[in-house]
Design a protein around this ligand. Structure first.
Ligand code: NIG
Ligand code: FE
Length: 418
């Protein structure tokens, strides 16, 4: 019998288990929950999950085993945030005020604010400064139960700064409990220097940035902000095809503000995910489903921009699986909180807590290509676990504006203990 390091018992366990594929349609409402369960952890791995007698029959407890009594508490997989812009200089609380007074996201951007504002601050920041602010944001996330995130560049828009951003998140991933999966987003806006010469910037992305990022192993994914006035469908296709050729997996900012056919393009390119999708067409939903592209929905962004929400109910009807993410960034979504994204998703996209939990665990893992190891509490998976100080998972999106996290375990180590 295997000796174990940690035994968690007596809590309600959301395993989110039982699925090989991304969870879609009616299955999203069937969340696997053990009313009173027990989890055994050895090293960084979950070795058994189930009712206490079943688990105890499979493992050996020694005097070194730490027993955690989670009576009255809820245990979930470590939350996964598959869309963030973690690394940036400066902040944009002035735009928050402009938006309250009626300015739109695109108006702010066209006035030289928005992304370009952050580009100026990020270019000025040193690697150490970017790491320092990034570390603080990772601490916020971890405290709220997030154990793995995706992190994009896109506030450099030049070779040096794009690499500096990716280097910062790469180093933070080594130093911080949260695991970070990097995405190159050099095509996030047109840099000032190239505003009248788009093709030259695309050439720089394709011939300089992508090969360098690849060579240094700094990103797994390539993303493009495909939007009217930003990167067109044709420009997005050109960049994405070059990235694919170099071996990048693809994700896309698609159909956020205008219905451009971004979802259809993501399907054509067989991207891993297409994100935002507030304006997605019915055809886009069908195309994504048939090509296995997961939707990543960002309800905190629609909330912040005071826009209509992505059509999650239609996606459920059509059987298109979706994840939820924060889109954490200094403009359109300054929240690092997955529980808040769940609350907003429940209230405004009419998700049930069961659907929302699938979206921030196993489906989020699928959207990053890491579901073999993460996203559920199942024997053999990595021990990334959160204990919330409420006796039912339904209370997690319900009580919002309060941090309910009691304990976070990352790779079998207790990293937050309140
Ligand atoms: O995902 N939509 C484009 N990019 C980000 C916003 C970035 C910013 O405003 O700084 C997003 O919402
Ligand atoms: Fe984004």
């Amino acid at each position: 019998m295997q000796t174990i390091d940690i035994l968690i018992k007596n809590g309600q366990i959301v395993t989110a288990g039982g699925h090989e594929e991304p969870v879609a349609g009616a299955k999203m409402n069937e969340l696997q929950v053990l009313e009173t369960g027990c989890i055994a952890i050895a090293g960084d791995t979950i070795t058994a999950v189930g009712r206490e007698p079943e688990v105890l029959a499979q493992v050996e407890i020694t005097e070194n085993t730490q027993i955690i009594d989670a009576e009255g508490q809820t245990i979930t997989p470590g939350l996964i945030d598959p869309h963030t812009h973690l690394i940036f200089g400066g902040s944009r609380e002035d735009e928050f005020v402009m938006r309250i007074q009626g300015a739109s996201y695109m108006e702010i951007m066209e006035a030289g604010g928005g992304i370009l504002n952050t580009v100026t601050a990020t270019r000025k920041a040193t690697l150490q400064e970017l790491k320092q602010s990034g570390r603080k944001r990772l601490d916020w996330m971890l405290k709220m139960g997030t154990t793995t995130i995706e992190s994009k560049s896109g506030y450099g828009l030049d070779v040096e700064t794009e690499l500096k951003q990716l280097q910062a998140s790469y180093e933070l991933s080594q130093e911080h409990p949260i695991d970070i999966i990097n995405t190159f987003l050099g095509a996030h806006a047109w840099p000032e220097e190239y505003k009248d010469n788009h093709s030259a910037y695309i050439r720089q992305i394709i011939t300089e940035m992508l090969p360098l990022v690849k060579k240094r192993g700094l990103a797994r994914f390539c993303d493009v902000f495909c939007e009217k006035g930003v990167f067109s469908i044709e420009e997005t296709r050109e960049i994405m095809l070059a990235a694919k050729e170099l071996g990048f997996d693809l994700r896309m900012h698609a159909d956020e503000i205008h219905q451009l056919g971004g979802a259809e393009l993501a399907a054509e390119l067989e991207a891993v995910s297409a994100d935002h999708l507030l304006m997605i067409s019915d055809q886009g939903i069908k195309d994504m489903r048939s090509k296995g592209v997961i939707a990543v929905l960002l309800p905190a962004t629609a909330f912040t921009l005071m826009k209509p929400y992505a059509p999650a109910q239609k996606m459920l009807e059509e059987g298109l699986p979706f994840a939820l993410a924060t889109d954490f960034n200094p403009g359109s979504s300054p929240t690092p909180s997955i529980p808040l994204a769940m609350t907003i998703g429940c209230l405004y996209m009419k998700l049930t807590p069961e659907q929302a939990f699938h979206a921030v665990t196993i489906n989020a893992a699928h959207s990053l290509g890491i579901a073999d190891k993460l996203g559920s509490i199942e024997s053999g998976k990595q021990a990334d676990i959160v204990i919330f100080d409420v006796d039912s998972y339904r209370k997690i999106p319900y009580f919002y504006g309060v941090n309910l996290v009691k304990m976070v375990i990352k790779k079998g180590k207790i990293v937050i203990n309140n």
